[in-house]
Design a protein around this ligand. Structure first.
Ligand code: HEC
Ligand code: HEC
Ligand code: HEC
Ligand code: HEC
Length: 214
């Protein structure tokens, strides 16, 4: 028996089949797999490790002139400033200090400059228990009224540390209260919520949780 005609029949059939497949692929008969979506880089705002505020200590460390906080350029050492209040016992802030908005606690419970500043030496802060501190060393002042938060901060549960996690790799830097809180209006400003994680593949689920039937 001669196998020749069968072989060429089979080869012809294969050629036709492959040509049909080529056509099918070219015409996208079964569609293409979805291309992966481009993942844009995260807004650097969310990876920035800087604190929201530059304290006086931060500014001095960055090379600012310490005499910027020389109160006695304007004030008289022998005359402590007089606090003035309106008829509703709201503290009046003089024009020279209009950048200060005193809003510390609800119901104006902490609206006396001298709860924190020393009236007899404006260069210093004073705690309730009579300790005197430099303007740039205010964390123990906050601690003198906010004991529980201060203890949390010392233990690392409030605020945050920059630098290294373990001392053997380098210094750990505890951020001062005033690197995050304005001492005159300490409520923490609202932050923009960071973006969620990107899935590796396109997600095609209409709702995260299946809705119960009606
Ligand atoms: C540019 C000038 C200037 C500088 C600098 C300045 N002050 Fe004053 N301050 C004034 C004037 C003017 C008043 C209102 C008159 C007064 O009470 O002596 C005032 C008032 C005050 C008051 C009373 C506020 C009130 O509401 O009645 C306090 C407290 C005070 N200053 C603290 C300070 C401290 C602390 C510093 C330094 C960190 C400082 N000032 C630096 C000009 C200044
Ligand atoms: C003389 C006492 C005293 C000192 C010193 C003090 N605080 Fe307060 N703080 C208060 C009181 C009182 C409240 C209001 C608590 C309330 O209303 O329940 C408050 C509230 C706050 C709040 C909550 C937000 C708000 O405005 O209610 C923050 C944050 C805060 N303080 C941070 C600080 C920081 C940071 C320092 C140091 C610069 C500091 N405090 C120093 C007495 C103090
Ligand atoms: C709760 C404590 C507290 C009270 C109340 C307070 N201060 Fe201060 N103040 C501070 C601290 C702490 C700093 C240093 C902040 C830093 O390191 O950024 C400061 C800084 C300042 C400065 C210099 C830097 C700046 O922000 O301009 C002036 C001026 C000042 N305070 C004036 C006043 C006056 C006037 C009042 C009353 C109207 C007042 N403070 C009430 C804690 C207080
Ligand atoms: C790295 C930033 C950071 C540092 C440093 C920091 N805080 Fe806070 N603090 C926050 C944030 C964020 C909140 C929460 C604000 C909110 O929930 O609206 C907060 C809340 C608070 C409150 C409000 C009441 C509470 O406990 O929820 C107080 C009081 C307070 N901080 C005091 C302090 C004191 C005192 C220090 C220093 C010993 C300090 N903070 C250091 C960021 C900081």
């Amino acid at each position: 028996m001669n196998p020749e005609p069968r072989t060429s029949q089979a080869l012809n059939a294969l050629t036709v089949a492959f040509l049909a497949l080529t056509l099918a692929f070219l015409l996208d008969l079964w569609g293409r797999p979805l291309a992966l979506t481009e993942i844009p880089p995260v807004d650097p705002q969310f990876t920035n490790t800087a604190t929201v505020r530059l304290s006086i200590a931060d500014q001095i460390a960055a090379g600012a002139d310490p005499s910027d906080w020389d109160c006695y350029i304007c004030h008289d050492r022998k005359k402590p400033p007089q606090l003035r209040f309106d008829e509703n016992q709201n503290l009046l802030i003089p024009e020279e200090h209009e950048d200060i908005q005193l809003h510390h606690g609800s119901h104006n419970r902490n609206n006396n400059c001298f709860n924190c500043h020393n009236e007899n030496n404006l260069d210093l802060l004073q705690t309730r228990d009579g300790r005197e501190l430099k303007l740039a060393e205010s964390t123990p002042l906050c601690g003198s009224c906010h004991g529980p938060t201060y203890r949390d901060w010392e233990a690392g549960a409030h605020g945050r540390a920059n630098g290294h996690w373990h001392d053997s790799f380098g210094p750990r830097l505890r951020q001062a209260c005033v690197a995050c809180h304005d001492p005159h209006a300490p409520a923490f400003p609202q932050q923009k919520v960071g973006p969620g994680p990107y899935p590796l593949r396109p997600v095609d689920i209409p709702t995260a949780h299946p809705q119960p039937p009606h």
